[in-house]
Design a protein around this ligand. Structure first.
Ligand code: FAD
Ligand code: SF4
Length: 510
């Protein structure tokens, strides 16, 4: 053939640059379900299911256009991994060249580069135009900056794209409405919200769910609650539902947590966005239109637009600037193994039991649960960053390397030494108490640093400051925390160290 068009499971974009000039007479698409992508990269069963179902729907759409697709369904071929599939595809079709979009995973991109080089076939790489900021544009922005800060990047993106702008100025006269956003629920809790849309599994999804249950019985996570969009039409419905029912309170409650409330006012759009069933432009246009119609106020809309236009694009840029070194990053030289209960949720710490429990049920936890509960604990307790990152990659349905790794290793664990964060995100149990009702149902007490009921977050928080004091000293943003540490007597510090050592020695029992 002329072009062998290689697509991966996170590139299910029917409008991408990949299809420009596609000629069904001369070109062939290859898309494969391979066991290694679910096992070498350990994976929640719902995560495997969402990828396989969306890939099968996508392949059917291409086939309905009359385009030739070599689709390899799991269990119906013997290729263990992408290298063997792509090698076989090159032999089978003898293409003049391979066409591919820049990928979402450095490892997979390298695999394609090496496979094609080994067969002497050239690859025509296209920029993934799903994103609003290309890799090259981000590299230009990042060049020469000692630290990459999201806020500056975000303002440039606002100016460049015109979202929530009046000429060169932000609508409302400010770039940021955090003072109005990020509240807790208070005693009354989150209140009633309309139920989430239901995506009843069609025949394809049902077949995939049965396949995953059969092929991956030992993998973590439940398939019982599977309710993710797997087509562009369903993704558009999920977007409409969010805009209509939850955007209005998104900003205000984006950091709040509540017992047995896994989704709250969040969009749940990372899954369709990361599989490219939905484009960021669609999402941003819908949010801006909702603001213009008066469906949501400026603070709510800006809070949400910042996530998509700011954080999401920024994180992708950071990933490509940081690989492959990011993989090994371990700034604090933390070496403890991941506690077993990260895979079961069986811990006495209510905040972790809730956050991990819903993760295993749904493959979902919201940002603050990921950052300030599971991530914060791993940083404070001193868990090996690569083990923590492998866990995040496995358990979240929306996990793809480019977004999981900078968030985990950079933002949550500070393993890259603060390349794009100004200080480690650490907090004691007091923060979790303020932002949730978890502590009320817990055997530990968030205000206690030591003693039999000491909250492990609080003990490890003080222990972290104590252990890393000299390293943190130079950071002005740590000043207040370190000043509070200084107020503790030597005896109090010794007690904290002893309590932390005891907790660390029996992490699996906490
Ligand atoms: P909402 O809360 O509704 O936010 C709206 C959208 O904004 C998200 O869908 C997402 O596309 C975008 N967004 C918000 N924050 C970020 C961010 N920090 N980075 C990139 N995009 C962002 N997100 C993933 O998509 N995949 C991951 O594997 C992933 N791993 C994470 C690991 C850790 C340790 C942390 C702290 C965050 C991680 N995130 C990841 C970012 C964020 O937590 C999720 O995007 C979000 O929770 C997904 O839920 P939602 O779609 O309901 O998002
Ligand atoms: Fe979590 Fe500590 Fe609160 Fe328990 S007391 S829920 S461990 S923060």
């Amino acid at each position: 053939c002329r072009n062998l068009v290689v697509v991966t499971g996170d590139q299910l974009n029917l409008d991408s640059a990949l299809w420009e000039g596609f000629d069904p007479q001369q070109d062939v698409v290859v898309l494969a379900e391979v066991p290694a992508e679910a096992t070498e990269v350990w994976s929640h069963r719902a995560r495997i299911a969402v990828f396989l179902s969306a890939m099968r729907h996508f392949a059917l759409t291409l086939a309905a256009r009359g385009w030739p697709v070599w689709y390899l369904a799991l269990g119906r071929h013997a290729y263990p991994d992408l290298t063997s599939v792509w090698t076989a595809a090159l032999a089978r079709y003898q293409p003049q060249q391979v066409r591919a979009l820049s990928m979402g995973d450095w490892r997979v991109e390298q695999t394609l580069i090496h496979t094609c080089a080994a067969q002497g076939v050239a690859v025509q790489w296209l920029e993934d135009d799903h994103f609003l900021c290309s890799r090259a544009d981000f590299a230009r922005w990042a060049k020469g900056k000692r630290q990459w800060l999201m806020e500056g990047f975000y303002r440039e993106m606002r100016k460049r794209t015109g979202y929530l702008m009046l000429g060169n100025q932000p609508i409302g006269g400010a770039w940021n409405f955090d003072a109005e956003n990020r509240q807790a629920f208070g005693k009354q809790g989150p209140g009633l919200r309309p139920p989430l849309p239901v995506f009843t599994p069609d025949a394809i999804t049902q077949e995939v769910l049965a396949l995953v249950a059969r092929e991956f019985p030992q993998h973590p996570g439940s398939l019982d609650h599977f309710n993710w969009p797997v087509t562009p039409a369903q993704a558009a419905l999920a977007l409409d539902d969010f805009i209509q029912h939850r955007l209005v309170d998104f900003g205000r409650y984006q950091d709040a947590m509540w017992t047995d409330e896994p989704f709250l006012y969040h969009s749940l759009l990372a899954v369709p966005l990361n599989l490219k069933l939905l484009s960021p432009k669609q999402v941003l246009d819908a949010a801006q239109a909702a603001y213009e119609r008066g469906v949501a106020d400026l603070a709510a809309t800006e809070g949400f637009i910042r996530q998509i236009l700011g954080w999401r694009e920024f994180i992708r840029g950071v990933y490509w600037q940081s690989m492959p070194a990011l993989d090994e990053a371990n700034h604090f030289d933390h070496q403890h193994p991941l506690p077993d209960w990260y895979w079961t949720g069986q811990t006495q710490m209510q905040c972790l039991r809730q956050s991990i429990g819903q993760t295993l049920q749904h493959g979902y936890a919201h940002h603050i649960q990921r950052l300030m509960v599971t991530g914060n604990f791993a940083l404070l307790a001193g868990i090996l960053p690569s083990a923590v990152s492998a866990w995040y990659r496995a358990v979240y349905v929306d996990a793809v390397a480019w977004v999981e790794m900078p968030n985990t290793l950079g933002m949550a664990l500070y393993a890259n030494g603060g390349r794009f964060t100004t200080k480690p995100y650490i907090a004691s149990g007091a923060y979790i108490k303020r932002m949730s009702n978890y502590c009320g149902g817990c055997r530990y007490r968030p205000e206690q640093k030591t003693g039999p009921q000491a909250c492990p977050f609080t003990t490890f928080y003080w222990d972290f400051l104590n252990r890393h004091q000299s390293r943190l000293q130079g950071n002005p943003r740590m000043g207040l925390m370190l000043k509070n540490l200084e107020r503790l007597s030597a005896a109090e510090r010794a007690e904290i160290t002893a309590c932390a050592a005891d907790y660390r020695a029996r992490l699996n029992e906490l």
